[in-house]
Design a protein around this ligand. Structure first.
Ligand SMILES: Cc1cc2nc3c(=O)[nH]c(=O)nc-3n(C[C@H](O)[C@H](O)[C@H](O)COP(=O)(O)O)c2cc1C
Length: 197
Protein backbone atom coordinates (compact mmCIF):
# COMPACT_ATOMS: atom_id res chain seq x y z
CA UNK A 1 0.00 0.00 0.00
CA UNK A 2 1.28 3.46 -0.81
CA UNK A 3 0.47 6.46 1.38
CA UNK A 4 -2.04 8.94 0.03
CA UNK A 5 -0.53 12.43 -0.22
CA UNK A 6 -2.60 15.05 1.58
CA UNK A 7 -4.27 17.18 -1.16
CA UNK A 8 -4.59 20.06 1.33
CA UNK A 9 -0.86 20.17 1.96
CA UNK A 10 0.77 23.41 0.82
CA UNK A 11 3.33 23.68 -1.98
CA UNK A 12 6.70 22.45 -0.82
CA UNK A 13 9.54 23.84 -2.95
CA UNK A 14 12.09 21.30 -1.74
CA UNK A 15 9.71 18.44 -2.49
CA UNK A 16 9.05 19.80 -5.98
CA UNK A 17 12.77 20.36 -6.57
CA UNK A 18 13.56 16.80 -5.50
CA UNK A 19 10.93 15.46 -7.88
CA UNK A 20 12.29 17.60 -10.73
CA UNK A 21 15.82 16.42 -10.05
CA UNK A 22 14.79 12.78 -9.94
CA UNK A 23 12.97 13.11 -13.29
CA UNK A 24 15.99 14.93 -14.76
CA UNK A 25 18.37 12.17 -13.70
CA UNK A 26 16.00 9.54 -15.09
CA UNK A 27 15.62 11.46 -18.35
CA UNK A 28 19.40 11.71 -18.71
CA UNK A 29 19.93 8.01 -18.04
CA UNK A 30 19.41 6.65 -21.59
CA UNK A 31 22.33 8.77 -22.80
CA UNK A 32 24.53 8.17 -19.76
CA UNK A 33 26.22 4.74 -19.69
CA UNK A 34 27.43 5.49 -16.14
CA UNK A 35 23.95 6.01 -14.75
CA UNK A 36 22.51 3.22 -12.67
CA UNK A 37 19.07 4.50 -13.65
CA UNK A 38 19.77 3.35 -17.21
CA UNK A 39 19.71 -0.30 -16.08
CA UNK A 40 16.85 -0.67 -13.61
CA UNK A 41 15.20 -3.89 -12.55
CA UNK A 42 11.72 -4.28 -14.03
CA UNK A 43 9.48 -6.47 -11.89
CA UNK A 44 6.25 -8.20 -12.86
CA UNK A 45 3.69 -10.25 -10.99
CA UNK A 46 1.17 -12.65 -12.46
CA UNK A 47 -0.88 -15.56 -11.19
CA UNK A 48 0.85 -15.58 -7.84
CA UNK A 49 4.34 -15.55 -9.35
CA UNK A 50 6.75 -12.62 -9.23
CA UNK A 51 9.69 -12.08 -11.57
CA UNK A 52 12.28 -9.41 -12.18
CA UNK A 53 14.97 -8.62 -14.72
CA UNK A 54 17.37 -5.85 -15.71
CA UNK A 55 16.31 -3.81 -18.76
CA UNK A 56 17.83 -0.84 -20.57
CA UNK A 57 15.86 2.42 -20.36
CA UNK A 58 15.84 3.68 -23.94
CA UNK A 59 13.78 6.84 -23.59
CA UNK A 60 12.06 8.94 -20.94
CA UNK A 61 9.22 11.36 -21.59
CA UNK A 62 8.23 13.31 -18.50
CA UNK A 63 5.36 15.09 -20.25
CA UNK A 64 3.85 11.70 -21.06
CA UNK A 65 4.88 10.29 -17.65
CA UNK A 66 6.54 7.34 -19.33
CA UNK A 67 9.70 5.45 -20.01
CA UNK A 68 10.48 3.06 -22.85
CA UNK A 69 12.31 -0.25 -22.92
CA UNK A 70 12.85 -2.75 -25.73
CA UNK A 71 12.49 -6.50 -25.69
CA UNK A 72 12.00 -9.60 -27.82
CA UNK A 73 8.28 -10.06 -28.41
CA UNK A 74 8.71 -13.81 -27.78
CA UNK A 75 10.25 -13.28 -24.32
CA UNK A 76 8.35 -14.76 -21.38
CA UNK A 77 7.83 -11.32 -19.85
CA UNK A 78 5.81 -10.14 -22.84
CA UNK A 79 3.01 -12.66 -22.33
CA UNK A 80 3.07 -11.79 -18.63
CA UNK A 81 2.81 -8.06 -19.36
CA UNK A 82 -0.11 -8.57 -21.72
CA UNK A 83 -1.96 -10.45 -18.98
CA UNK A 84 -0.80 -8.27 -16.10
CA UNK A 85 0.54 -4.87 -17.22
CA UNK A 86 1.44 -3.51 -13.78
CA UNK A 87 5.20 -3.22 -13.28
CA UNK A 88 7.61 -1.96 -10.68
CA UNK A 89 10.83 -0.39 -11.93
CA UNK A 90 13.66 0.02 -9.43
CA UNK A 91 17.06 1.57 -10.01
CA UNK A 92 19.93 2.99 -8.01
CA UNK A 93 22.40 5.57 -9.27
CA UNK A 94 25.63 5.16 -7.33
CA UNK A 95 27.23 8.56 -8.20
CA UNK A 96 24.22 10.55 -6.95
CA UNK A 97 23.14 7.96 -4.36
CA UNK A 98 19.56 8.20 -5.62
CA UNK A 99 17.16 5.27 -5.64
CA UNK A 100 13.99 5.35 -7.74
CA UNK A 101 11.03 3.06 -7.19
CA UNK A 102 8.56 3.57 -10.02
CA UNK A 103 5.21 1.93 -10.69
CA UNK A 104 3.07 1.97 -13.78
CA UNK A 105 1.34 0.07 -16.55
CA UNK A 106 3.12 -1.41 -19.56
CA UNK A 107 1.88 -1.54 -23.12
CA UNK A 108 3.64 -3.46 -25.90
CA UNK A 109 3.93 -2.42 -29.53
CA UNK A 110 5.45 -4.45 -32.35
CA UNK A 111 4.14 -2.46 -35.30
CA UNK A 112 3.73 1.19 -36.19
CA UNK A 113 5.89 4.17 -37.05
CA UNK A 114 7.42 4.53 -33.59
CA UNK A 115 8.51 0.89 -33.53
CA UNK A 116 9.87 1.15 -37.07
CA UNK A 117 11.84 4.27 -36.10
CA UNK A 118 13.24 2.59 -32.98
CA UNK A 119 14.31 -0.42 -35.03
CA UNK A 120 15.89 1.79 -37.68
CA UNK A 121 17.93 3.53 -34.98
CA UNK A 122 19.35 0.28 -33.59
CA UNK A 123 22.88 -0.67 -34.53
CA UNK A 124 23.60 -3.99 -36.23
CA UNK A 125 24.95 -5.19 -32.89
CA UNK A 126 21.83 -4.07 -31.10
CA UNK A 127 19.66 -5.98 -33.55
CA UNK A 128 21.37 -9.29 -32.80
CA UNK A 129 19.39 -9.48 -29.54
CA UNK A 130 16.28 -10.12 -31.64
CA UNK A 131 17.74 -12.59 -34.12
CA UNK A 132 17.65 -15.92 -32.30
CA UNK A 133 15.88 -18.65 -34.22
CA UNK A 134 14.25 -19.97 -31.08
CA UNK A 135 12.46 -17.77 -28.55
CA UNK A 136 14.47 -16.42 -25.61
CA UNK A 137 14.45 -18.83 -22.69
CA UNK A 138 14.25 -21.98 -24.85
CA UNK A 139 16.40 -24.75 -23.33
CA UNK A 140 19.28 -25.64 -25.67
CA UNK A 141 22.02 -28.25 -25.55
CA UNK A 142 24.82 -25.70 -25.96
CA UNK A 143 25.13 -21.95 -25.71
CA UNK A 144 24.70 -20.31 -29.08
CA UNK A 145 27.97 -18.88 -30.36
CA UNK A 146 26.09 -16.10 -32.06
CA UNK A 147 22.50 -15.58 -33.11
CA UNK A 148 21.63 -16.59 -36.63
CA UNK A 149 19.81 -13.82 -38.48
CA UNK A 150 16.55 -14.97 -39.98
CA UNK A 151 15.48 -13.46 -43.29
CA UNK A 152 13.68 -10.58 -41.61
CA UNK A 153 16.79 -9.59 -39.62
CA UNK A 154 14.91 -9.83 -36.32
CA UNK A 155 12.46 -6.97 -36.91
CA UNK A 156 9.47 -9.30 -36.42
CA UNK A 157 10.72 -10.11 -32.91
CA UNK A 158 11.31 -6.51 -31.85
CA UNK A 159 8.95 -4.98 -29.30
CA UNK A 160 8.80 -1.55 -27.72
CA UNK A 161 7.43 -1.51 -24.18
CA UNK A 162 6.05 1.78 -22.89
CA UNK A 163 5.60 2.06 -19.15
CA UNK A 164 3.26 4.87 -18.12
CA UNK A 165 4.07 5.80 -14.55
CA UNK A 166 1.56 6.67 -11.86
CA UNK A 167 3.75 6.31 -8.78
CA UNK A 168 7.23 7.79 -8.45
CA UNK A 169 9.22 7.36 -5.27
CA UNK A 170 12.74 8.66 -4.72
CA UNK A 171 15.22 8.14 -1.93
CA UNK A 172 18.20 10.48 -1.74
CA UNK A 173 20.99 9.02 0.37
CA UNK A 174 23.40 11.86 -0.41
CA UNK A 175 21.96 14.31 2.11
CA UNK A 176 22.35 14.01 5.88
CA UNK A 177 19.40 12.13 7.33
CA UNK A 178 18.41 11.06 3.81
CA UNK A 179 15.32 12.24 1.97
CA UNK A 180 12.46 10.09 0.72
CA UNK A 181 9.32 11.17 -1.07
CA UNK A 182 6.51 9.65 -3.10
CA UNK A 183 4.50 11.27 -5.87
CA UNK A 184 1.20 9.83 -7.06
CA UNK A 185 -0.29 10.80 -10.41
CA UNK A 186 -3.93 11.69 -10.90
CA UNK A 187 -4.41 12.47 -14.58
CA UNK A 188 -1.74 15.03 -15.42
CA UNK A 189 -1.24 16.07 -11.81
CA UNK A 190 1.34 14.57 -9.48
CA UNK A 191 0.82 14.93 -5.73
CA UNK A 192 3.80 14.33 -3.52
CA UNK A 193 4.57 13.84 0.12
CA UNK A 194 7.71 13.34 2.14
CA UNK A 195 8.14 9.93 3.73
CA UNK A 196 10.23 8.87 6.67
CA UNK A 197 13.24 7.27 5.00
C1 LIG B 1 22.80 -5.18 -18.42
C2 LIG B 1 21.60 -5.92 -18.93
C3 LIG B 1 20.71 -5.28 -19.79
C4 LIG B 1 19.60 -5.97 -20.27
N1 LIG B 1 18.73 -5.30 -21.08
C5 LIG B 1 17.62 -5.92 -21.51
C6 LIG B 1 16.64 -5.20 -22.27
O1 LIG B 1 16.76 -4.00 -22.54
N2 LIG B 1 15.55 -5.89 -22.67
C7 LIG B 1 15.36 -7.21 -22.37
O2 LIG B 1 14.33 -7.76 -22.79
N3 LIG B 1 16.25 -7.90 -21.65
C8 LIG B 1 17.37 -7.29 -21.20
N4 LIG B 1 18.30 -7.97 -20.45
C9 LIG B 1 18.06 -9.42 -20.19
C10 LIG B 1 17.00 -9.58 -19.12
O3 LIG B 1 17.54 -9.17 -17.87
C11 LIG B 1 16.48 -11.03 -19.04
O4 LIG B 1 17.54 -11.90 -18.73
C12 LIG B 1 15.82 -11.48 -20.33
O5 LIG B 1 15.12 -10.41 -20.96
C13 LIG B 1 14.81 -12.60 -20.07
O6 LIG B 1 13.80 -12.13 -19.22
P1 LIG B 1 12.35 -12.79 -19.17
O7 LIG B 1 12.54 -14.26 -19.04
O8 LIG B 1 11.70 -12.19 -17.99
O9 LIG B 1 11.62 -12.44 -20.45
C14 LIG B 1 19.39 -7.31 -19.93
C15 LIG B 1 20.26 -7.93 -19.03
C16 LIG B 1 21.34 -7.25 -18.55
C17 LIG B 1 22.26 -7.97 -17.60
Amino acid sequence: MSPTPDPKAGFDAALAAGFDRAWALLAAAPGDPGSGLRLPVVATAYAGESDARVMVVRAVDRAAHCLTVYTDSRAAKVAVLVAAPRVAVTGYDTPTRLQLRLHGAATIATTGNAVDAAWAALTAGGRTAYQSIQPPGTPVAQPQASPVPPPDDGRANFAVVTIVLDRFEWLDLAVPGHRRAIHIRDGVDWRGTWLVP
